[in-house]
Design a protein around this ligand. Structure first.
Ligand code: 26V
Length: 844
């Protein structure tokens, strides 16, 4: 029999049709018989080809770049799948305390190259790419950025996941699976235009839909779509389903593979047959469409709480799904509710998931029938809260009326929390009614609101800021009364970024010379970069550093040319400011600096200056008018300078559209100068500042956020700090008059006059009036003019240094050597020890 079968299969391979016979054997044999030809399933390239042919029904020759990307991603996923399953199985077996990171945003960017790197597959992939003559860039570019976040807060969450997995900590991220991430930005006539980011248009190879783990969220209202927008129907209870989509988070070395679980809405069995039978097909589906719209799109505002109802529902949906899921997981391994804080740590990323406070109480009280005192104690000990901003307009407050409509039970619980809390305040501060009004969870007045930050602080055991200065301002100014009541809850956790993505992967040239110099231990222990300190004096290493920087600059210039046709000179100083466009981040201060430099060159064409290229990138919230005018000004300035032969080859301004994680990965390694110039006291931490530092850029910055700690680490003499301090801005006398600077500083005045004269808006006179108004007439709230002169002074010192390449390299190397503290591994180690009490749970 065996021999016959072999013979038969030989025939099939020669092209004879397969016959269904009893001897066909295994499915594998059958596949062979049906003519899979030369594909060997066992080798790595077999894996790739197998996905091409079986998933995409495409041959190696005919496959387009998208198919190649999908096949490559699926092959990588094959490599990690068993490990992924094993990680979860290990957690189930060992039942360690687990961390759940709740965040409305995870700005993960691309995953393929990151997963290849973290799985240590680079050598294999390199061989394959050469053997198959694949252009890696072409198909890597096929992967859309997962842009599920606005900026710093979302990217921080993504860096944290990388560190948690790398450090083998039992952790999970919970977020929403927005079908549309942060909008795509294009520039037309200098203005920002927004396009929807339909990143899931093609199937995403990383996500795994887990229908069997769907959860039901009960609401006291229903939804319908009317005229294209979502309408809430109060008093008509309904349910939504949360469908989890899991994404693997590969720790460096591929040992631990944690999960990022993103929820998507679905409507349970909703189909209105009455309407359908009546012939109204659209109406029959209306409820489904409405319910499923909830997770359709990410809100693109990151600094104003616009109080939109859909956003409020998104936040509740995230909390309700995630808590139901983690409680279910807790119950699988634990019978005793008192064990909850010993087994579960929940971190709330800003107030966005702070409905977790009343929702956890609701579960413990109503579903598990615990007494109030016990439920409250467990809730507080399980939850912790991170604050990311001091801007008053960004602090969330939700109308009481919306709680009444969506989930009145949560409101009852919040009122009871507040009643007990205010009793305590009265006991401790008798007669201090003003204090009561300040700390109450409820803001009184027309349209009562719940103060979400107060709720998060009162309902948790830890509140942290994200840099030393920020944590101090939070404690002493923003929520001073609460910090006075619960001083032990307040702590600082200075942010960090993952060195895997932001140095090892993004900057291969620098990564290589570092590893050659000190070994590769730095990748998971960034403090080891200190070993570079003595090498800062070494001629050979300085030259290697400058070569690596030159390589990264050329790579960026080539990419820019190839993708946009725009040329930049890699021998010029690359000077960058990349971040959301916001008044407090002061892109306008940078613009004023450039106009002053431009004016100097025009006034004295013989001036000997280093050629410079100024890069800007960043998105403006679509409703933030002035931020959009700032983008327009940058673009018009770029155009004017490009058209002016007097400065050709010496000054160039480039606005790079559609800033995203992938663009940052290209630009940051190529930059010489990092601008971190927020008004002191306003940038909570910043994280791009750290990425630039790690990549050997020098910082021109104010004493704000984590930049202060960065300068401490590298030595102030290796930083270019300038401007007012936070004490001078926040605690100063309050007197400030921009007109004084206008009248007494000729360069400041000339720069402002040039904007006002429509020199940058000849065909649209007056478009920049709002900028003149903000900087002069309306008092220059963010004090641009106060800092311009000292900015220019620091800029001059920096440029002088650039003409001494060795000295420049020395300082840049000292910056890299001092950047070890800003690994997110250090940050996560601190969260794990001080807030969560979790320990590694290695997967064998
Ligand atoms: C606020 C809001 C307000 C309501 C509408 C939606 C929305 C979305 C996001 C935010 C928070 C934005 C806050 C944020 O990204 N903060 C940044 O967090 C970084 C990580 O801690 C920190 O480095 C930056 O300094 C800080 O601006």
């Amino acid at each position: 029999m065996r021999t016959d079968k072999k013979d038969e299969s030989k025939n099939y391979r020669k092209g004879e049709p397969a016959r269904e016979t009893e001897e066909s054997g295994s499915l594998y044999d059958l596949l062979q018989q049906y003519g899979c030809g030369p594909i060997q399933f066992t080798s790595e390239d077999g894996l790739y080809e197998r996905h091409l042919i079986f998933d995409n029904v495409s041959s190696l020759k005919s496959a387009g770049s998208r198919e190649r990307f999908e096949a490559a991603a699926r092959s990588v996923r094959d490599v990690l799948s068993q490990r992924w399953v094993e990680t979860e199985a290990m957690y189930e077996r060992k039942n360690p305390k687990r961390v759940y990171y709740l965040s409305m945003e995870f700005l993960i960017g691309r995953s393929l190259s990151n997963n290849i790197t973290n799985l240590l597959l680079n050598p294999i992939v390199k061989q394959l790419v050469e053997k198959k003559k694949i252009d890696p860039i072409e198909f890597l570019e096929q992967e859309p950025d997962a842009g599920l976040g606005n900026g710093g807060l979302g990217r921080l969450a993504a860096c944290f996941l990388d560190s948690l997995a790398t450090m083998q900590l039992p952790a999970m991220g919970y977020g929403l699976r927005y079908e549309y991430g942060i909008f795509r930005q294009s520039i037309k006539d200098g203005w920002q235009e927004e396009q929807p980011d339909n990143w899931l248009r093609r199937p995403d190879p990383w996500e795994v839909e887990r229908l069997s783990e769907a959860v039901e969220v009960k609401l006291n209202a229903s939804f319908e779509l009317s005229g294209g927008s979502l309408r809430v129907i109060p008093g008509q209870p309904s349910s939504l389903l949360g469908i989890p989509f899991d994404r693997p988070i590969v720790g460096f070395g591929g040992k631990t593979i944690n999960t990022l679980r993103l929820w998507s809405t679905a409507v349970p069995n909703y189909f209105d047959f009455a309407k359908f039978s009546g012939g109204d097909f659209v109406a029959a589906l209306a409820g489904t469409l409405a319910g499923e719209s909830l997770t359709r799109v990410l809100y693109p505002d990151d600094s104003t709480s616009l109080g939109q109802g859909l956003r409020f529902m998104q936040e509740y949906f995230l909390v309700a799904c995630s808590l139901a899921d983690l409680v279910r997981r807790f119950r699988r391994g634990n019978a005793d509710w008192n064990q909850l804080p010993a087994k579960v740590a929940i971190q709330m990323n800003d107030t966005h998931p702070s409905l977790a406070v009343p929702e956890l109480m609701r579960i413990l009280l109503d579903e598990e029938q615990l007494e109030w005192e016990q439920a409250w104690d467990l809730t507080q000990r399980t939850l912790a809260y991170t604050n990311h901003t001091l801007l008053p307009e960004a602090l969330e407050k939700w109308p009481v009326a919306w709680f009444e409509i969506l989930q009145p039970r949560l409101l009852e619980i919040i009122y009871e929390i507040n009643r007990r809390f205010l009793d305590e305040v009265r006991r401790r501060f008798p007669g201090d009614e003003e204090r009561i009004a300040r700390v109450s969870l409820v803001e009184e007045g027309a349209g009562r609101k719940i103060r979400m930050a107060n709720l998060a602080i009162v309902g948790s055991h830890s509140t942290n800021g994200v840099a030393a200065i920020h944590s101090n301002l939070l404690r002493t100014i923003t929520v001073r009364d609460l910090a006075e009541m619960f001083p032990e809850r307040f702590n600082n956790k200075t942010n960090g970024v993952t060195p895997r993505r932001w140095l090892h992967l993004a900057n291969p040239a620098l990564s290589r010379i570092i590893t050659e110099a000190i070994g590769d231990g730095w990748i998971t222990d960034l403090g080891q970069l200190r070993k570079l300190q003595p090498m800062a004096e070494d001629r050979g290493f300085q030259e290697a550093f400058l070569r690596a920087k030159g390589e990264a600059k050329s790579a960026f210039a080539d990419w820019l040319k190839a993708t946009t046709g725009q040329g930049v000179d890699p021998d010029s100083i690359f000077d960058c400011q990349v971040k959301r466009i916001h008044e407090y981040k002061r892109q306008l201060l940078n613009v004023l600096r450039i106009i002053v430099l431009y004016n100097r060159l025009r006034d004295d064409p013989g001036l000997d200056v280093r050629p410079r290229t100024f890069f800007f990138a960043g998105k403006a919230a679509p409703a933030y008018r002035l931020a959009k005018v700032i983008i327009k000004l940058i673009n018009n300035l770029a155009g004017t300078i490009d058209g002016d032969p007097a400065v050709a080859g010496r000054l160039k301004v480039v606005f790079l559209p559609d800033y995203c994680v992938s663009l940052a990965e290209r630009l940051i390694p190529a930059s010489d100068v990092s601008n971190q110039i927020s008004t002191a006291g306003y940038e909570a931490s910043g994280t791009s500042n750290m990425k630039f530092m790690m990549n050997g850029a020098l910082t021109l910055g104010t004493r704000d956020g984590a930049t202060i700690e960065m300068a401490e680490e590298a030595g102030e003499e290796n930083f270019f700090l300038f401007g007012l301090t936070a004490d001078q801005v926040v605690g100063g006398s309050g007197w400030y008059d921009p007109w004084w600077h206008y009248e007494n500083e000729p360069e400041t005045r000339a720069a402002l006059d040039r904007i006002a004269s429509d020199a940058f808006s000849r065909y649209e006179p007056g478009v920049f009036r709002p900028i003149g108004d903000a900087l002069l007439k309306n008092g220059d709230f963010y004090r641009h003019l106060a800092d311009l002169a000292s900015y220019l002074e620091a800029d001059r010192r920096l440029c002088d240094l650039y003409s001494n390449p060795q000295e420049w390299a020395r300082k840049a190397i000292l910056n890299v050597a001092g950047s070890g503290k800003f690994s997110s591994d250090r940050t996560i180690a601190e969260y794990a020890a001080d807030i969560w009490g979790v320990e590694p749970c290695p997967v064998r």
